[in-house]
Design a protein around this ligand. Structure first.
Ligand code: CA
Length: 298
């Protein structure tokens, strides 16, 4: 299996990043990933106050996928996610949804064993390993890996787990895929700005759909498709996700806008990914009973 070690960290999704590895369609690749803090907190190398912010939010890659060209859809099938046995959670003053409150900076290392996060001596909670940052290079600009957009990026979506598939619009030759920022567990919203940040490994396999692309990244889980959008406000993010979902429903069922808009009220579920980054992220989910992937592709 081709392995991309975690010294191949990128801090921007950019068309000018040099590939760390080249793979074929259908080939299994293993990405070794750093945690969101570049390992500085979990190793005790730095405290939150002395954190080197230039080493935060790195993603492993990029990977050049042979045959991927602008206008295609890159399929990233997440086969497996393994995490280290320790993760770190932080509160950072002024950050998160309650950032206007006064509170201290706190960093907490937690044990992860047998699928359990040991939050404290008494409270245990099941892990759900997921990928925080996953995406491809945008067309021309550089986008920090801490941000998100149509190319993916720091999506922080709790359903990006083993067994899920992501569909990304391809903007550059080879797509230049990268991923990292594993979370052993995160709830919808990621409200304090951090989840259980952890190092680990992602096993992934790529596919392609030629000459068609989605407007926003699409997430496929066992029984749903979701549009992953973002905006300067939650409302703007929801509008983008709903626009893409209603358009897909019109295509799927040959409905007028009015019919699809109505049905949207019945079958499109809006969920929050995260509300703590400069751009807010949401997902609009539809049961596979009512939609197929094709309808999301232009
Ligand atoms: Ca993140």
């Amino acid at each position: 299996v081709k392995t991309v070690p975690k010294n191949n960290l990128i801090y921007t999704f950019s068309p000018s990043n040099k590939p760390a590895e080249t793979v074929q369609i259908g080939e299994r690749v293993l990405l070794q990933t750093e945690d969101a803090f570049g390992g500085q907190l979990s190793s005790g190398q730095r405290t939150l106050e002395s954190l080197d912010w230039a080493k935060v939010d790195g993603a492993t890659g990029p990977i050049y996928i042979q045959g991927a060209s602008p206008g295609d859809t890159l399929i990233a099938e997440i086969l497996d996610i393994r995490t280290a046995e320790e993760g770190v959670i932080v509160t950072v003053p002024k950050q998160g949804l309650l950032g206007k409150r006064r509170f201290k900076s706190l960093s907490k290392v937690v044990r992860l064993k047998n699928g359990i996060v040991q939050f404290d001596d008494e409270v245990l909670i099941k892990t759900n390993p997921m990928i925080g940052t996953i995406g491809v290079a945008p067309k021309s600009t550089e986008i920090p890996s801490s941000s998100l957009g149509r190319h993916g990026g720091n999506l922080d979506t709790k359903q990006v787990t083993a067994g899920s598939k992501m569909y990304f619009p391809v903007f550059v030759e080879g797509a230049l895929f990268a991923a990292g920022d594993l979370h052993a567990l995160q709830a919808d919203g990621e409200l304090c700005v951090s989840s259980v940040e952890v190092t680990g490994e992602i096993s992934v396999k790529f596919g392609l759909i030629k000459n068609q692309m989605p407007k926003w990244p699409i997430l496929e889980t066992e029984d749903e498709y979701s549009v992953l959008s973002c905006g300067r406000s939650l409302e703007e993010a929801c509008q983008f996700a709903v626009e893409a979902s209603v358009t897909a429903l019109m295509r799927e069922h040959h409905w007028s806008f009015e019919q699809a808009y109505m049905f949207g009220s019945l079958a499109v579920n809006l969920r929050i990914n995260q509300v703590v980054d400069p751009k807010k992220g949401v997902r609009a989910a539809i049961s596979k009973e009512f939609i197929s992937l094709d309808s999301y592709l232009d």
